[in-house]
Design a protein around this ligand. Structure first.
Ligand code: GAR
Length: 216
């Protein structure tokens, strides 16, 4: 089985990155993590990736004086250098322009800490508590030109407790993120995920052979 060469793009601590790397250590997993790229040289996840023996690269966005496309051309060149086929954004905190989104159309996925389309953007846990929602969670989706938008692959939900703070809720959602991101990458890398308009399906439509796209 040929495994899809996958890059993970990070900006920070990289716990989702670690979850993807751990899943891909199974030789039967359909993606291999061939590169971890960060826009921040001090991202903690870079050290962790190197400990796993994975190639790392830094494209520091501050070197491009606000020229987002020049930054993205450099990212794209690094991905091509490493013969990357799929890209997984894992806490990559840069807004992408249509250049990179189109270059990786249907081959770039992202994880967002909310049940999209609710709570796009930042401070999702604070806003979920403010709005009084009873269910919160995380979403893995294909990346489209709009921020935190694009066909949804997998979602995982957690109950919101009366005692929750943004921190306790974030921790429970992060645990879900680590469960659903490997599942989503598996579906995409294996070719089981199929995009049909806004909807992603995986497997048969008889409810039995279909892969579950929700957690738990
Ligand atoms: C994760 O919670 C991820 O969902 C979020 O950043 C965190 C990164 O943590 N991403 C976004 O908010 C993107 N809109 P990690 O570095 O430990 O994986």
């Amino acid at each position: 089985m040929s495994r899809r060469r996958t890059a993970i793009l990070i900006s920070g601590r990289g716990t989702n990155m670690s979850a993807l790397i751990s899943a891909a250590m199974d030789p039967g997993f359909p993606a291999e993590i061939a590169l971890v790229l960060s826009n921040r040289p001090d991202a903690k996840g870079l050290e962790r990736a190197a400990e796993f023996g994975i190639a790392t690269a830094v494209v520091d966005h501050t070197d491009f004086a606000g020229d987002r496309q020049a930054f993205e051309r450099q990212v794209d060149a690094a991905l091509k250098d490493h013969r990357i086929e799929l890209v997984a954004l894992a806490g990559f905190m840069r807004i992408l322009t249509p250049f990179l989104v189109n270059a990786w159309s249907n081959r770039m996925i992202n994880i967002h800490p909310a049940l999209l389309p609710a709570f796009k953007g930042l401070a999702t846990h604070e806003r979920a508590l403010e709005e009084g929602v009873k269910l919160h969670g995380a979403t893995v989706h294909y990346v489209s030109a709009e921020m935190d938008d694009g066909p949804i692959i997998v979602q995982g939900a957690v109950p919101v407790l009366d005692t929750d703070t943004p921190e306790t809720l974030a921790a429970r959602v992060l645990d879900v993120e680590h469960r659903i991101y490997p599942k989503a990458l598996e579906l995409v890398a294996s070719g089981k995920a199929r995009i049909s308009g806004a909807r992603v399906t995986a497997g048969g439509n008889d409810g039995e052979t279909a892969e579950p796209l929700i957690w738990p």
